[in-house]
Design a protein around this ligand. Structure first.
Ligand code: SF4
Length: 153
């Protein structure tokens, strides 16, 4: 109701292995399919297949009775989750990460210090882009070396 009243999109994001290990328990994991099932007990979910809010991978539905827009991010259970990914991330210590769910990083500092080297930056950037995996590694016993807050959402 809160989101509906204020016209705010609400997003459910599955727990990803990017947190402290004590948080990553079976009990804490709720698949988006289960969230949708519970919502369908109380409301109608109308798919908004062409709708995008920001640049994230959420799939949106309109809750007809409640009047709220709800997005679902099935990072673990949606097999197509990475299909339209357009993200890379720069950490606060100068590492460019082509994927949130992969340990690969490129250290950008050699092209930034002692002075900015535009050509060097371009080479490192393109190298990182070419290494971008087709999908995350969360299903292969992925252990976070950096937690989400140290990567950037
Ligand atoms: S490819 Fe990596 S960064 Fe992109 S959506 Fe998948 S997990 Fe996220």
């Amino acid at each position: 109701m809160f989101a509906a009243e204020l016209g705010l999109p609400l997003r459910f994001i599955e727990l990803m292995p990017l947190s402290r290990t004590e948080v990553l328990t079976e009990e804490n994991f709720l698949p988006v399919g289960e969230v949708m099932r519970r919502l369908r007990e109380k409301d109608y979910l109308i798919p908004q297949s062409n709708r995008r809010e920001g640049h994230g991978p959420a799939k949106y539905y309109w809750l007809e009775r409640t009047g709220a827009l709800v997005g679902f991010v099935g990072a673990l259970t949606n097999v197509d989750f990475c299909e339209s990914c357009n993200k890379i991330r720069l950490t606060s210590d100068g590492k460019l990460r082509p994927c949130l769910g992969d340990h690969l990083e490129t250290d950008m500092k050699p092209a930034l210090r002692p002075e900015i080297n535009d050509a060097g930056l371009s080479v490192l950037f393109l190298k990182t882009l070419k290494q971008k995996p087709a999908e995350h590694s969360f299903h292969t016993n992925y252990q976070p070396r950096r937690v989400m807050t140290a990567i950037g959402g």
